[in-house]
Every structure is written in C-alpha cells, then in structure tokens.
Design a protein around this ligand. Structure first.
Ligand code: FES
Length: 289
C-alpha cells in the first residue's frame, strides 16, 4: 500500500496542473466577490511559498554540496516548474527559443506551416526546421529571416545566427524536435575529477580541459563554481580575463560577469553556462551540462 508521500511523488506535473485547472474552472463560475477572495488567498500562499523557497536557496548557496544537490533537484520537472512559477530561476535558452517560436506560429499556421527547433549550437547558433507548407515555400528564406530569426533574436540576444536544418523535412506532427532543458540533462550523473580543492585560487579561476571541453573553475566566498570557457558575447575563451573584486572581465570586448554566479553585468539577459560541481574532501568533480 503506497504511502501518501509516495503517491504525491509519483503524481505527474500534468496531473497536478490538471487538478489546479479543474478547481480554476469551478471558481471561474463563482461571483466576482468570491473569485477575488480566492485570487487574494492564492497570491498570499504564493508569496509565502516564494519567500520560503528564496530563503531556502539563500541558505543552500552557502554550501557547495547542497547547491549541487539543489541543481540536481532542478532536473525534476515539478521542482523546476514551481521555481519557475515563482520567478526564482530564469527561463532556460530552450524555453526562450520556444517562447519566440510561439509568437510566430499563429502566422505560420495561417499558411499551413510551422517551425521546430532542431538544435542549439552554443554559444550563438540555433538550427530550426520549417515544416508543413513553409518547408517548400519559395519565400521560406524570408520567413526564416524576417519571422523566425527576428523573433529568436528578440527573446535570446545571445543568439547571433539562425540557420535552417539540412535534410528531409518532418511533418507537422513529426517528433524530430528534442527539447531538453539544461536542468533535465544528465539524469545519469557522470562526475569527472578536475582538480584538488586546495589548488583553486581564492576569487580567481583556473582553466581545465574535460572531455574535450574547456572549463573555468573558480572559488569564491567558499563556494566552487564551474563554467564553460566561453564568453556569452561571442563565445571567445575567457582564459585571459581579469578578475577584480569578484567581477570577471572578458579580454575581448569587456563583457563583465559575477565570478560567483556567472551572471552577466553587461547584458543581464545572458550568463555564463554553468556545469554542476561538487567537492568531496579535497576532490573537485564536475558534471558537464
Ligand atoms: S567575446 Fe566579446 S566580450 Fe567576450
């Protein structure tokens, strides 16, 4: 006989949202006064939960291993959705691309077409596929540049190139799109030893090669962070960057980032790509995103 807890754990995001939608439908039939009371109550509970989660994150950030566990928990769609609902984490690049494509889909659908995301070639290229009527349309280049590309660049300033996938087009119902949230990646963790904790300089970084990828490892405020060694501007390596007062400045065009979080101070919409990191005794291990 499963416990209430295990039943709750097994409940899918879809089922949980359906339950809320069903209650919303009931409430929407009520009078204005009652609906306002429900709305106010809901907001008060949301505010309470948001404050609690924000305090939890603040505490967890003090501990690298706990932070690593929190990032791991973000791979869970329910945890991720609740944190996103409260605005406690930024939308991933995949989400923003999908938001951009959603804005132009009604127009494409009006012409019997659609568009799907095929891949993201970090740091700055997105590959899409025009499908349905759009795929063979003589005006597909215009659709790509004036519709798809403009929308993606508006939502994702870090994307500088949008290209069309080569090969056979799928149907509208095709399943070629593979949306994987960065938070959902690495369900099977592959931790790789990269350095000893005591060799990390304080408030500075070192560069390592892992599985053919260059990474930055930094220790700040007793926390260890790991980033892809690529500036969010044009993807140039950050090896020769200077760190001053916790701010890393790219040597190419002076984009600045908080070393402790990877947040970009120059263009707040972008950030350094993080990899999970854990420290066990003196061993620093990373899990590539
Ligand atoms: S590549 Fe332009 S600021 Fe880093």
């Amino acid at each position: 006989m499963p416990s209430n807890n295990s039943v709750a754990t097994e409940a899918s995001l879809e089922k949980l949202i359906s339950a809320i939608d069903a209650l919303d439908a009931v409430v929407s039939e009520w009078g204005e006064h009652e609906r306002l009371i429900v709305k106010t109550l809901r907001k008060a509970i949301d505010d309470l939960n948001k404050e609690a989660f924000a305090r939890l994150i603040k505490t967890v950030k003090q501990n690298p291993e706990a932070m690593s566990a929190l990032k791991e928990a973000m791979a869970d769609e329910v945890v991720y959705s609740v944190f996103r609902h409260h605005g406690l984490i930024k939308p991933s690049l995949n989400e923003r691309i999908e938001m951009a494509l959603e804005t132009i889909r009604p127009m494409l659908a009006g012409h019997g077409g659609n568009v799907e995301l095929v891949s993201i070639d970090l740091p700055s290229t997105v590959v899409v596929r025009l499908i349905g009527a759009c795929s063979g349309c003589p005006a597909s280049e215009l659709t790509l540049s004036e519709g798809v590309e403009k929308a993606i660049k508006e939502f994702c300033p870090e994307i500088t190139e949008v290209t069309k996938a080569k090969g056979i087009c799928s149907s509208v119902e095709g399943t070629a799109v593979n949306f994987i949230s960065p938070f959902a990646k690495n369900q099977t963790k592959n931790w790789i030893y990269v350095a000893n904790f005591d060799e990390l300089p304080e408030n500075d970084f070192i560069v390592r090669e892992v599985d053919g990828q260059s990474i930055l490892l930094a220790k700040t405020e007793n926390n260890v962070v790991c980033y892809r060694n690529a500036c969010a501007h044009l993807g140039m390596p950050l090896d020769s960057s200077m760190v001053t007062n916790g701010v890393l400045k790219c040597s190419y065009h002076a984009f600045e980032y908080l070393l402790k979080s990877g947040e970009c101070l120059t263009v707040p919409e972008v950030q350094l790509q993080t990899h999970m990191v854990k420290v066990t005794d003196n061993r620093v291990e990373v899990c590539l995103s």
